[in-house]
Design a binder for this molecule. Structure first.
Ligand code: ZN
Length: 201
């Protein structure tokens, strides 16, 4: 079953008029929490992602996720890889390692998100890990929104992608759909209002 089929089966591929955390608008939204609420599904997806990472030969000591979205995916991926799982969270707007989480000097750290859109939060988590002495060996996510190039595809990264090009990005699949600035959003032009996904339930 494809990743898109799994998201549809779990009613996690939403259609409407959404305000994304980046401030952009979209007709679709991937509600990964609905997929990951089933531990069996989360485990299976993480195992598949882990097998692709292991096949590549990448060495990972720790998985680090930006909270909140990446935490479950990162935890399951760490379990599948047999390594530690930590997360960064925002404090006064800055992505920070708290709760006693530490990264040893030169520990090899893989950043994990549920979805990589432009990779902004993932990059902030990576910067925090590097400032603590860790070595970022790559990025990972269940799904890639198609702006960044993932391992196994030969697409050209979009200018919106913020991830460093020299580091690999592992994801199970690409979900490609348009995002719009509020000024260019066709749904706004039709007079509807963008909502924050999940804000109504
Ligand atoms: Zn809009």
């Amino acid at each position: 079953m494809s990743l898109e089929e799994i998201y549809k089966r779990e009613e996690a591929l939403l259609e409407g008029h959404f305000l994304l955390s980046s401030g952009n608008h979209s007709k679709f939204y991937l509600q990964s929490a609905k997929v990951l609420q089933n531990p069996k599904v989360a485990e299976e997806l993480a195992k598949e992602l882990a097998s692709r990472i292991l096949e590549s030969g990448l060495k990972v000591d720790v998985v680090c996720s930006p909270a909140l979205g990446g935490v479950i995916a990162g935890y399951e991926l760490a379990r599948a890889l047999g390594v530690r799982s930590i997360f960064t969270e925002r404090k006064d707007g800055t992505m920070t390692l708290r709760r006693g989480f530490e990264v040893s000097k030169d520990e090899k750290v893989l950043i994990c998100e549920d979805i990589i859109t432009t990779g902004g939060s993932a990059l902030e988590a990576a910067d925090e890990v590097e400032s603590r002495g860790g070595e970022i060996v790559g990025f990972s996510a269940l799904a890639n929104r198609g702006f960044c190039k993932r391992v196994g595809t030969d697409t050209t990264p979009d200018l919106k992608c913020k991830l460093p090009k020299e580091k690999p990005l592992f994801a199970l699949d690409d979900f490609i759909f348009e995002i719009y600035t509020p000024e260019n959003c066709p749904m706004c032009k039709e007079g509807s209002e963008a909502i924050k996904p999940g804000s109504r339930n």
